[in-house]
Ligand binder design. Sequence first.
Ligand SMILES: [Fe+2]
Length: 401
Amino acid sequence: MKRLLVPLLATLLVGAAASVWLARGEQGPRLEGDCPLYLTWRGDPTTTMTVTWLCRDQDAPEPAVFFRAAGDGAWQLAGGTSGIFPHTGWRLHRVELTGLTPGTLHHFLVAGEGRIHSFRTLPSTLERPVRFVEGGDVGKDFEVMDGVNRLAASVDPDFAVWGGDLAYCNGDPDKAWRWWRFFQSVHRHLRTPDGRLVPLVVTPGNHELPRDGGAADCYLALFPAADGRSYGALDAGDYLSLLLLDTGHLAEIEGAQTDWLAGALEQRRGRAHVFPVYHRGAYPSVRDFENRHARAVRAHWVPLFEKHGVRLAFEHHDHTYKVTPALREGRPDETGVVYAGDGAWGVDTRTVRADAPYLRRSGSWHHFHEVTLEPHRRTVRSVAADGTEIDRFEQAVAGGR
Ligand SMILES: [Fe+2]
């Protein structure tokens, strides 16, 4: 008996020690791997790319990136800026690449590192279908996030859109390590089958801020807006506009943001594909229909969507899958807006409310939406974390949206 117990206890002790080490391994000093790198756009997505990477090395050289279009002979060099990532002492390096060729694969490498990465600029017209993947509530359970990242990248998207609740730091300095793990997942797993990095387009959610209010300093350092606002538009050529909105996290829904939205929709009249993206939904799948944020979005933004012919909006925050029929003034109407959500990329899922008659399809599934844009139609596929197609629909684009 003793001969069996001793090795058993030794195994348990070694296992426990390894668990403690692995648990500590995600919390700052023991974080592993290369400096995670990610792509965003602060300018025109057809001719620019912003490369950002996070390093623990205090003595890193001045940030610089070599880049060239695929097939070009000469490398160009662009310098950047460097700052301290809040609460950590880590360095955040950023290089903006400009003057790029639209719709073109580019190669790049960070000066001082050996690995060559690639990205693709968006085309200036819909000469080929443009595809993006969409979701939210992303990095609560990192293993789930890793898997959904791999699956979403496998459809070869041009970019990914995340509508808030990214790394679940809640503005807590002790959880700043979560951003490292979040971008490690992006760096390693949000790559297309040919290894191309998928750029990120984001809006803020409640978990980007402290629970008791305060600054979203990590989020703002990682995703600084060109004009300092937490909402804005990303326009690609003459065919796509993403209206990236803030549902009361860093900016109020009503007032200046609603005024901006009205002007932005007016300016984009006649564009084929215009999609609002925001965290808290007008048509929630779990939360109460009359919760104050849902009421505010329905009161201030939904009438603008309907007035300007928006056909598809992306909502999140409720940790389920949902898609509504086209709705106008709260009732099915084929000229109305489809609301797709509801934020379950890498977070615990919830149970859909039984009394939500405005849902066409819903369930407790990790998922992403795959949106393919063509000149005269768009196709929306929703894919569960096991690869199953949950739903698919098309919208015709005729004389506008
Ligand atoms: Fe949320």
